[in-house]
Design a protein around this ligand. Sequence first.
Ligand SMILES: Nc1ncnc2c1ncn2[C@@H]1O[C@H](COP(=O)(O)OP(=O)(O)O)[C@@H](O)[C@H]1O
Ligand SMILES: [Mg+2]
Length: 261
Amino acid sequence: MPRPNAVVFPRHERVEDRRRESDQRKLLDEFFDHATLLAVSRLVNRGEFDSIDHPISMGKEGGVFRATKGTEYRAVKIYRISNTTFRRLPAYALEQLKREASVRNFGGLIFAWTRREHTILGRLREAGVRAPLPYAHYRNILVMEYIGTEEGAAPRLKDALVGDPKALYDELVREIGRMVRAAKLVHGDLSPYNVLYFDHRVVLIDVAQAIPIDHPEAPHLLRRDIENFAKFVTRLGHTVTPQEFYSAVGGDEVGPPTGRG
Ligand SMILES: Nc1ncnc2c1ncn2[C@@H]1O[C@H](COP(=O)(O)OP(=O)(O)O)[C@@H](O)[C@H]1O
Ligand SMILES: [Mg+2]
């Protein structure tokens, strides 16, 4: 099937770019299988976006693309439909998903996962957490707010230049704290890879595996993520202990009603 016009990638003419381009094209061909292309056209027909511009990030489980809608950009996350997609998923997240959605096959699981990310982003936004606004989901495709400028997508915190580590710490405490206290969710995979840094502010992304704060795994997951962030912020020059960070985000309210923390 020919690519619909909606999926157009810029062609580079420089010889040294060709190899990389052909590798990328191979990856894209794998990615945009027949069903996914149809799903893209469906979203275009619904007016969710006009075209997909280029990849922002391509991973084993999926890719994130910049898309254009009128004069705006959107981010389109496409989960790859394959049985490797769920290999990295911790058992608790899969169990949670199976409890929530009655699914019989991998496709169904991936669609439920996509819907879950959409729902959680919505809950985060309602709670006032800085996260991309979700616009739509269909099958394995999630359409959300694009975080970045004309020049490019916002860097991950891991790659960002942070001028004021104390301000970054306060930002993280505020956003993770809102996620815990107002949205009542623990992210489950929070790291400088899943936080974007935009305009000196943080934006939490990649939220599909988030779980309610009263989930038995919640304290352990939050602790692990906070320990990493405490090291990260300390390395940048603002010394903070995991314990004070954990308390500051409301960690003491996390866990099943008995046996908190
Ligand atoms: N809304 C967004 N706006 C801009 N870039 C994004 C957005 N969402 C994701 N990205 C980029 O895509 C990368 C992968 O997205 P992520 O949701 O972490 O998926 P995964 O880690 O499962 O591949 C991110 O590290 C970030 O660079
Ligand atoms: Mg990620």
